[in-house]
Design a protein around this ligand. Structure first.
Ligand SMILES: C[S@@+](CC[C@H](N)C(=O)[O-])C[C@H]1O[C@@H](n2cnc3c(N)ncnc32)[C@H](O)[C@@H]1O
Length: 442
């Protein structure tokens, strides 16, 4: 049986996509990120990879619910693990609220096909059929049983739910619910190319529609009505536009680079904010990235956007003795490594990969980076601290403790904690902006 995968024009064999999605889920459950697992997927076909990714994302967004359903209907662990992964994907999809991407009978049939396609799982096809049909028949009763469990209701680990509930007593539920649906695709029109109105016209000519959010700092932003492959975006390869979430688009404007200023982007790959800084001003920019695999992406980003050159170095920003020439910076952007808890809907693997102990470890790294970079800022200069996190340890607590340690730092107006939202559509982010007192005796 063939089925239509979401966002795909050609009919596809759904059971193959289910198998590929189960393979992805297995990778994440063994501790590997989707970003590294996806390229290794046993297919060269871009459409199949896209379909498997879409199903894998959906399964990860519903993993808490699927696990609880499986535990309820079949408390004994399924063997081999590949069978359990397939079952979790199918349960996550079949238990989605209406409208579901596939007809129920198609999903059940194709799940059984997927199970039968591999010798090691083939003997369990009767069991797969029975479990999925039971969910079909007793949907309300089974969901009623599991949804009181926080992990099943919110599809995040219990420790994450608890951390959010403590930090944001008014908003935690809304934030978690938002992570249940796919994120929007947001564009940043390259100011050096033209206005967003001009690009909106190009989009409409190409049959794509978008909304222009009316909010300070988002003057170049467009939110597409539906996500498409970047190859469908007019003049993408010619550098007219980048894909960047609305919250991330605030960074460059907050830092306010001016022509000729010496600017440091301390954690730069893949270069989204580096590029935005250069779109705003012809500054003398140094971009650092510790990861040699990620660093080349900065150059690729700048070249595609036809932006003036920047100095790029693979270096550890926390160890200035290995790369700093002693000349101070007027502006420093620290887009720090973090839990990425603010972009959980965009990367649904993150919530299952992180462990509670990661948060203090990341906060320590951020603190070390802040302390290492601060002495390189010229008096009167600005440092922008940013994380795509919604945990206070990586946001306001980090900023408050920085101010306590550095008497020459002054907090300037900045958004502080941004929680994921629908109006305008945006991810969770944290921003603190510090100025260095010009009159510091040190
Ligand atoms: C949040 S991402 C940066 C995203 C980037 N600013 C953008 O907008 O496209 C953080 C980056 O910092 C890098 N990184 C982590 N620790 C670092 C360090 N000590 N020095 C330099 N880069 C670091 C990571 O490899 C990662 O690429």
């Amino acid at each position: 049986m063939k089925a239509q995968a979401p966002n795909s024009a050609a009919p596809r064999a759904l059971h193959q996509d289910l198998l590929a999605a189960a393979e992805l889920l297995g990778c994440v459950l063994r501790g590997e990120s989707l970003a590294t697992a996806l390229p290794r997927l046993g297919t060269k076909d871009a459409a199949q990879r896209g379909a498997a990714q879409a199903l894998g994302f959906e399964a990860l967004r519903g993993l808490g619910r699927a696990r609880a359903l499986l535990a309820c209907m079949h408390p004994k662990a399924l063997q081999p693990p590949a069978l359990e992964h397939l079952m979790l994907v199918s349960l996550a999809l079949l238990s989605l609220p209406e409208p579901r991407p596939y007809a129920e009978h198609t999903l059940v049939f194709e799940s059984v096909q997927a199970c039968a396609a591999r010798p090691r799982t083939r003997p369990a096809r009767g069991l797969v059929n029975a479990l999925l049909r039971r969910l079909q028949a007793q949907r309300e009763q089974l969901l009623g049983q599991i949804l009181p469990l926080p992990e099943a209701r919110y599809n995040h680990p219990a420790w994450w739910i608890e951390a959010l509930r403590c930090a944001w007593p008014q908003d935690w539920e809304r934030v978690l619910d938002l992570a249940a649906s796919p994120p929007p695709m947001t564009l940043r029109v390259n100011r050096r190319w033209g206005t967003r109105e001009a690009y909106l016209r190009l989009l409409r000519e190409a049959g794509l529609d978008a909304q222009a959010p009316q909010a300070p700092g988002l003057e170049q932003a467009l939110i597409l009505d539906r996500a498409v492959a970047v190859t469908r975006l007019p003049l993408f390869e010619q550098g007219a536009v980048s894909v960047q979430d609305a919250s991330a688009q605030l960074a460059a404007g907050l830092l306010d680079p001016r022509p000729g200023m010496r600017v440091l982007d301390a954690c730069a790959a893949p270069g989204g904010k580096t590029a935005h800084l250069l779109e705003l001003a012809d500054c003398e920019l140094l971009a650092l990235e510790r990861d040699p695999q990620r660093a080349p992406r900065i150059e690729q980003t700048l070249q595609r956007l036809r932006l003036p050159g920047a100095e790029l170095r693979v270096a550890d920003a926390a160890r200035p003795e290995t790369w700093w020439d002693g000349r101070g910076f007027d502006r420093i952007l620290l887009d720090a490594p973090c839990s990425a808890s603010g972009i959980s809907r965009r990367h649904p693997d993150i919530r299952w990969l992180r462990k509670p102990q990661d948060i203090p470890a990341l906060a320590l790294q951020q603190r070390e980076l802040l302390d290492a970079l601060w002495p390189m800022l010229r008096p009167g200069g600005r440092l922008l601290y940013a994380t795509c996190s919604v945990f206070p340890a990586e946001g306001q607590l980090q900023a408050a403790s920085f101010l306590e340690r550095h008497g020459d730092a002054l907090a300037l107006a900045a958004p502080g904690q941004i929680l994921p939202d629908r109006s305008p559509e945006r991810d969770g982010f944290y921003y603190a902006l510090f100025a260095k007192r010009a009159d510091d005796p040190a």
